[in-house]
Design a protein around this ligand. Structure first.
Ligand code: SF4
Ligand code: SF4
Length: 158
């Protein structure tokens, strides 16, 4: 008989403890979001995959010096360039223009060597965290195309 009442007592006590925790948490600020309808804003120091940065006109700042490609210890970066004619002070000169900036994110360790070695501020870590796929091909990024897409998005949302 004693065991019966002690079970009721401890059962009731545990229920009250549980409810008090629920009640306390109820008034604390919300730290979760309604994923995937809401997304988080990443901190300044967050490292997503690298991305090309655009200038004021949305064009790449990359001068195809190749430093990032050489600095990457994992061989993630593949650059391509084309030579175009430009007019400087009435004279036609050749200029190297970026035609390809591919990133194999499956091999990237986010070490930051590429970003640190770019003297033109042309690349940085993106705030992209929402990446999921079962196909590794989905982690091969055409960063030049991505820059153009982001620019189009910004123009559309302006
Ligand atoms: S963060 Fe490191 S591993 Fe990733 S692309 Fe840059 S240099 Fe390569
Ligand atoms: S180091 Fe910078 S400027 Fe040079 S190729 Fe890489 S992104 Fe372009």
């Amino acid at each position: 008989m004693g065991g019966y009442f002690s079970d009721i007592f401890y059962g009731g006590k545990s229920l009250l403890v549980g409810l008090s925790i629920t009640f306390r948490e109820f008034f604390k600020p919300t730290v979760t979001v309604q994923y995937p309808y809401q997304t988080l804003k990443m901190s300044k120091r967050f490292r997503g995959h690298i991305e090309l940065l655009g200038d004021d006109e949305g064009k790449t700042k990359c001068v195809v010096c190749g430093m990032c490609e050489r600095a990457c210890p994992s061989g993630c970066i593949t650059l391509g360039s084309v030579s175009v004619d430009i007019e400087v002070d009435g004279k036609i000169k050749k200029k190297k223009v970026l035609s390809k900036y591919d990133l194999d994110f499956t091999r990237c360790s986010l070490c930051g060597q590429c970003v640190e070695n770019c003297n033109f501020g042309a690349i940085d870590f993106s705030k992209e965290y929402n990446l999921a796929s079962t196909r590794k091909e989905d982690f091969h990024f055409n960063l030049l195309e991505r820059l153009k897409r982001m620019e189009r998005l910004e123009v559309k949302n302006a």
